[in-house]
Design a protein. Structure first.
Length: 636
């Protein structure tokens, strides 16, 4: 801490991570080997003065002191505060500690690398399964950072030893608990495998292309290259299986081939209008909510039924078909980038395995993944002028376009709700609350984003946050999506917890932080400014006494503070309440499922650990967000 880099008032930089590494190693000289005895006995019984046989370097540290240094720094890294929210004022951040360890490696290249390898091996074998998810994520993030900055110097035997934990320990299997239901796939949970997967995927975010990980980091032909892009819905390498290729969402719906072909044509047309000719949002909105598009599909898509009308399943794809088309068109560059990455990884793997010929035909099939059979080649979004509107920065392009075409998304969402309610009236069924229906639509939007952008955690989180800021989805929708709610069943929806994202708490925390900012900037005094259906009258389990704000005839800072608190709690209260109810429900159901499993008699299942630890971090981060918002000077 004393030698941490800082900038003085005069603009002079003081200290660096290199200085810290030198000072740490200087401390090692306090641990000297014991002095030799006065005399030493030679062979034959002759004695000789020990002073002449002393060590050549009597001030060198004791053998093995580097292991103590490594253990101390790694323990600090594992305990460093979460990177998602600055919950701690400690200067010992994850990145800072990682940089110190890199400089220490450069300072002592003959001692530290070997010590690090041995330490990681011991942690992997003996301690990773017992680490909480946040500590395990810190460790995997450090390993990715360290290998990227040391030219991927890591023993090949380690990767080979770790491979079975990923290939077998995280294999995709049939869900045995889905007996009598539609067959579902799930990924097995393995803490060591998830540690390796997170490290590999984190390394991929530090480089221009993921193929570099295949050629420079992993052993030739290693099956670990498959996990660079294939992982859980939040990019963590665990959790629900996501069809990231997202071939047509309506493939599971009960529609004919002619309708599917029509949807493909409409989506291709939308991509051209958005990314090719940059059409006016009002024009596209009128086109998408009009009767013309429904009639062109024979009217079948608007004839939905309510069975399985949650955010998952074929019926949901029929209910939200307009919204789904728009979202997939907006996120088309992400699908194209993922296809390019997959092609690059596959070609790099072929070259690393000694293959001379690269399969050029792989390009066409890979590029079709993002286009629902309509093709998403590099010329797919070229307008009449012959110039594509996309740049090399896919994320920036998507965020800009999402903001520009926000009215289209909201209009199609409202139109889908309207048509669904009309169908329910025709069938004589009881309609759901409009706010609940809109919330289901927001969850459906997030599932579409998950399917197309989960190849990159940064891409996924950034797009979700942009949609929150643009008030397309709200904090409650993000929470329900993260906790695996797929339908309109609320707390009881999705009892098996298979769709819970391991990093649900981080995604929800960011959503709450943005939502608080929007709530405070909103001119109203209540309600949910992000469109998640909250109302000022919701039971938030907390009473804000505003009766005395103006009792003394003043309207000063205390009154403004009370108004600010009321806005914050009106927004945050229902989210926290639903989180507690949903997590408790999933924990109870998980306990019931594993009640006869000897393996989980004395320990929690991976899902239960994710829920318990995630709940702790989520509540802690929400408290931080509330305190930070209340501490701002602007109390208007």
């Amino acid at each position: 801490i004393s030698h941490r880099s800082s900038v003085s008032d005069a603009g002079l930089e003081r200290g660096s991570s290199k200085d810290v590494a030198e000072q740490i190693w200087a401390v090692s000289h306090l641990f000297l080997p014991p002095p030799p005895s006065a005399t030493t006995t030679q062979e034959g019984g002759e004695e000789e003065e020990g002073e002449n046989k002393s060590s050549e370097n009597p001030t060198s540290p004791s053998m093995g002191v580097e292991y103590g240094i490594i253990e101390t720094i790694l323990s600090l890294i594992v305990q460093s505060p979460p990177r998602d929210v600055a919950l701690s004022s400690s200067p010992l951040t994850h990145v800072y500690l990682s940089r110190v360890l890199i400089d220490l490696t450069k300072l002592q290249p003959t001692l530290i690398p070997q010590s690090l390898a041995a330490a990681v091996s011991g942690l992997f074998q003996d301690f990773v399964p017992s680490l909480v998810p946040s500590a395990r994520e810190n460790l995997s993030s450090w390993l990715a950072f360290h290998l990227t900055n040391t030219d991927y110097q890591w023993p090949k035997s380690y990767w080979e030893h770790w491979t079975p934990y990923v290939v077998k320990g995280m294999a995709i299997v049939d869900d045995a608990e889905a007996a009598g239901q539609q067959k579902k796939k799930r990924r097995k949970r393995n803490s060591r495998g998830e540690f390796v997967t997170r490290a590999i995927r984190a390394m991929a975010t530090y480089v221009a292309g993921p193929d570099e990980i295949v050629t420079k980091c992993l052993p030739a032909g290693s099956p670990l290259s498959d996990c660079i892009l294939e992982a859980g819905g939040d990019g963590s390498g665990a959790g629900a299986i996501v069809d990231s290729s997202l071939s047509l969402a309506t493939d599971s719906a009960d529609v004919g081939d002619i309708v599917k072909d029509g949807l493909v044509s409409v989506e291709r047309d939308l991509r051209g209008r958005i990314w090719g000719t940059n059409d006016d949002p009002d024009t596209i909105r009128e086109y998408m909510v009009g009767d013309e598009i429904s009639e062109s599909l024979g009217g079948n898509m608007d004839d939905d039924d309510d069975e399985g009308s949650g955010s998952g399943g074929g019926a949901a794809d029929k209910i939200w078909w307009r919204t789904g088309l728009v979202i997939r068109a907006l996120l088309n560059p992400a699908a194209k980038e993922r296809a390019r990455f997959r092609r690059a990884v596959a070609n790099a793997r072929d070259r690393a395995s000694g293959g001379m010929d690269v399969d050029e035909n792989r390009e066409g099939s890979a590029m079709d993944e993002g286009g629902n059979g309509g093709g998403t080649g590099d010329n797919d979004n070229v307008g009449e002028s012959g110039v594509a509107l996309e740049s090399a920065d896919v994320l920036t392009d998507i965020c800009d376009v999402v903001g520009r075409y926000r009215p289209v998304v909201l209009a199609t969402l409202a139109r889908d709700v309207q048509v669904h309610e009309e169908n329910m009236d025709l069938r004589g069924e009881v309609k759901k609350d409009e706010g609940d229906m809109l919330l289901m639509g927001e969850v459906y939007i997030l599932r579409q984003v998950e399917g197309m952008a989960s190849y990159s955690a940064i891409m996924l989180e950034s797009i979700v946050n942009r949609m929150i800021r643009n008030r397309i989805v709200g904090g409650m929708a993000v929470l329900r999506w993260g906790l695996g709610e797929r339908g309109g069943g609320g707390v009881n929806d999705g009892d098996d917890g298979s769709a819970v994202l391991p990093r649900w708490h981080a995604l929800s925390s960011a959503a709450v932080q943005i939502g608080i900012e929007i709530a405070l900037s909103d001119s109203g005094s209540g309600g949910d400014p992000t469109g998640s259906g909250f109302g000022a009258g919701d039971d938030i389990g907390m009473i804000i006494d505003g009766g005395g704000d103006d009792a003394d005839g003043t309207d000063g800072a205390s009154s403004a503070l009370s108004r600010r608190m009321k806005k914050i709690m009106t927004y945050v209260g229902p989210i926290v309440q639903h989180t507690a109810q949903r997590v408790c429900h999933l924990l109870v159901k998980a306990h019931e499922r594993h009640s006869d499993d000897i393996k989980y008699k004395k320990k929690l299942s991976p899902l239960q650990v994710d829920l318990v630890e995630g709940m702790k971090q989520f509540i802690s981060s929400v408290q931080h967000h509330v305190i930070a918002a209340m501490g701002k000077e602007d109390l208007s």
